[in-house]
Design a protein around this ligand. Structure first.
Ligand SMILES: Nc1ncnc2c1ncn2[C@@H]1O[C@H](COP(=O)(O)OP(=O)(O)OP(=O)(O)O)[C@@H](O)[C@H]1O
Length: 685
């Protein structure tokens, strides 16, 4: 049998077309994938107990000699097999239903081993439908038994058998890509041993050792990969935006003075833009910290140097908002700015494409319509995008078009995350942080109110509206069910209209609405003709209505901390004292802890750290985050010290050999190439 790591799994005897598709459902395509399909948990089946020593209801391995067996058919379609076994002087009984396999294998005098829940009845030990095997086999009994994530049509035992076969056939030592000295220094076991022991551990301590190596690997490969990508970008030809003199006047004439944090980040960006190397920078800032103006300054710098700029937003509403603000800021400066989204008419689109191609358009703002093939810039200098739409190398190529130069790139994120995490998520970028709010902002006051007291909440809201303010109400989020989300939004809307807030103008916004309808509602809210905006969570990150001063979140216990913080960030964006009211039911520990955190701090970094601890990485990043690999074993909330170590070692290697060109790093590079292609958009040449 010729099994290679990258062979498809149907090289394994017994895996045909049908089985292959079942494996594919678990994302298992190749031999490597199945080796990386790790157990969810283990059962300690090592000890065989004498029948005489077994306790009632104990989960245990036993073995005995088959004394006799009978096969009955108590009713149509059912076969009952009873096997009597003997262990010394003691007798046990194993019962199986409809088990064709065993019925063909039973021979009196043969040793049978079983694992299952033992019952003592009438002086006998009985087991019903236990796992079993014969003679010297040790796959299911007398071992530490791994339990795998499964799918319909695939059993744990099938996976075990396949793994056993692969591990016997493949030279496991050939999996290693780290040199022995480094491994020794870091006290890491060999990769082959780690894989062997994660599947077939002889001892629980070996599972720990294996996991440590595999967790290290997941972090290390990702970190190294991101660094290599960064290294590749740095050798591409970039644009040097040297002419920055007029920019100072522009900054001076802004309607407000930049905060120190904004100034610091602008400086970092401008110094990057001056270098003839493509900028790859992440700007992290808490909600409302004023990232947009930083983006505009960068776009203007590109314009002053004769280049076009593009800014991409995650939704049409946000794209339009940026477009309106850009027009306001740049209106007297004679720039041509266009908005390109899915709702732009065909005719308008054609005109915009032409204007981009001819170089007449100075700044293009839009949604991902911006990276369609037809968008062909004459001389694109800078691209500003958000974390969800950050480009992989491939998409960047698309934007590059015919230019010989790689444009500068800024990625904006409103999800502030601790630095260690930022490095693993955005390790290929340089990081700038806006950690200060514009002056004059009053911290948002946050209150938690039990649902039964919501009357008070809405009478408070009415008072705020009477003062001239506006209100957001976010409805309960009902997971994975848009229909029910919609219903709950409509119900809430009706009840506010007919009851709590009947004297005011109320608008409803939900995910099922067409982009145009959504925009109309948002425009009315922005203009102030709507007092209350009831919405599902489509109040996306980034909406800016400074007159809105109250955010009411219904059933807030259903939201994660970071999401609550984002929602809260929709208020407190102007001069008015703002409030966030968390309406909740239930008092479980996580709810209490979340409320406590929200009430006690407005700091997004602190909140995301807490969220990570409360919910684990998967939840924090959710599906919203694009480009983050799913770790199999690693968990940044639990394994922070391994993460730091992996980052440190990765950095040391890259410092000495930025593109991994040295001979001693060639195996590592091959491994990296193989693994990084699995991560969105990252291809290492
Ligand atoms: N230095 C400043 N002084 C006063 N106001 C400012 C300053 N910088 C920005 N602003 C204003 O603060 C508000 C929020 O800014 P912006 O929309 O850029 O926030 P953001 O960082 O993008 O927030 P979010 O992540 O929530 O989208 C805007 O109305 C903006 O005009």
């Amino acid at each position: 049998m010729d099994i290679k790591l990258d062979s498809y799994i149907d090289v394994i005897p017994g895996i045909g077309e049908r089985k292959k598709l079942i494996y594919n459902r678990l994302n298992i395509f190749t031999i490597r994938d199945i080796l990386n399909h790790y157990p969810l948990r283990y059962e300690d089946r090592r000890m065989f107990k004498r029948l005489s020593e077994i306790r009632q209801e104990e989960m245990v391995s036993i073995k005995g000699i088959i004394q006799s067996f009978e096969i009955k058919k108590p009713k149509q379609g059912m076969t009952l097999i009873k096997v009597t076994i003997r262990d010394g002087y003691d007798i046990g009984e194993l019962t199986f239903f409809n088990n064709k396999y065993i019925s063909n294998k039973l021979i009196t005098g043969r040793t049978i081993k079983a694992y299952g829940k033992a019952k003592r009845e009438f002086g006998k030990v009985r087991m019903t439908s236990p796992d079993f095997e014969f003679d010297s086999s040790r796959l299911k009994t007398g071992c530490i038994y791994p339990v795998y994530p499964l799918t319909r049509g695939l059993s744990n035992d099938e996976i075990l058998k396949v793994l056993k076969l692969i591990i016997n056939e493949i030279n496991m030592e050939s999996l290693e890509y780290l040199d022995g000295e480094l491994r020794e220094k870091l006290k890491l076991c060999g990769l082959g041993d780690a894989i062997k022991n994660i599947h077939f551990p002889k001892d629980p301590i070996l599972i720990k050792i294996a996991k440590y190596r595999l967790v290290f690997d997941e972090f290390f490969i990702l970190h190294l990969g991101l660094k290599v990508v960064k290294g590749i970008t740095e050798i591409e030809k970039g644009i040097s935006f040297k002419n920055q003199s007029k920019l100072l006047d522009f900054i001076k004439n802004l309607p407000f003075k930049l905060t120190d944090a904004q100034e610091k980040v602008v400086k970092e960006i401008l110094s990057d833009m001056k270098r003839p190397v493509p900028m790859q920078r992440l700007v992290q800032g808490d909600v409302g910290s004023g990232k947009t103006i930083v983006a505009f300054i960068s776009l203007y710098n590109s314009y002053l140097n004769g280049y076009q700029g593009a800014m991409m937003a995650p939704t049409e509403i946000l794209a339009k908002q940026h477009y309106e603000s850009a027009k306001e800021i740049f209106c007297e400066l004679g720039l041509t700015i266009h908005l390109l989204t899915g709702s732009t008419t065909k005719k308008q689109k054609e005109l915009i494409y032409k204007s981009i191609r001819d170089g007449e358009c100075d700044i293009l703002i839009g949604t991902h319509a911006l990276i369609e093939d037809k968008v062909d810039f004459k001389n694109l200098g800078i691209v500003i995008t958000d974390e969800q739409h950050r480009f992989g190398v491939r998409q960047r190529g698309k934007l590059l078009g015919k230019s010989d130069f790689t444009p500068d790139m800024i990625v904006m994120t409103a999800t502030p995350i601790p630095r260690t995490l930022a490095l693993i998520v955005h390790g290929d970028l340089d990081i700038s942080i806006i950690d200060q709010m514009p002056s004059g902002r009053k911290p948002i006051k946050t209150y938690a109110v039990e649902k039964k007291k919501r009357n008070d909440v809405y009478s408070f809201a009415a008072k705020e509206i009477d003062k001239g303010r506006q209100i957001y109400v976010v409805c309960p989020l009902i997971e994975e069910n848009e229909k029910m989300d919609l219903k709950s939004a409509q119900d809430l809307y009706e009840s506010l209209k007919s009851n709590y807030l009947k004297d005011y103008e109320i608008g409803l916004l939900h995910g099922k609405m067409k982009a145009k309808e959504k925009q109309e509602i948002m425009d009315s809210f922005l203009e102030g003709s709507i007092d209350v905006l009831v919405s599902t969570t489509v109040i996306e990150v980034g909406i800016n209505v400074p007159n809105a001063s109250v955010m009411i979140i219904e059933d807030s216990q259903r939201f994660g901390l970071s999401q609550l913080h984002q929602l809260r960030g929709r208020v407190g964006r102007g001069e008015y004292q703002s409030y966030c009211v968390l309406v909740y039911v239930g008092k479980n520990e996580v709810t209490k802890e979340r409320i406590k955190t929200m009430v006690s701090t407005n700091d997004g970094f602190e909140i995301s750290q807490k969220d990570l601890i409360l919910r684990g990485q998967g939840e924090l990043f959710g599906t919203r985050q694009h480009g983050i690999p799913e770790f199999k074993l690693a968990d940044i909330s639990k394994h922070q010290s391994v993460l730091k170590l992996a980052q440190q070692i990765g950095d040391e290697i890259i410092e000495n050999d930025p593109k991994l060109e040295r001979k001693e790093n060639s195996t590592m590079k091959t491994e990296l190439k193989l693994r990084m292609t699995q991560i969105n958009g990252i291809i290492i040449n």
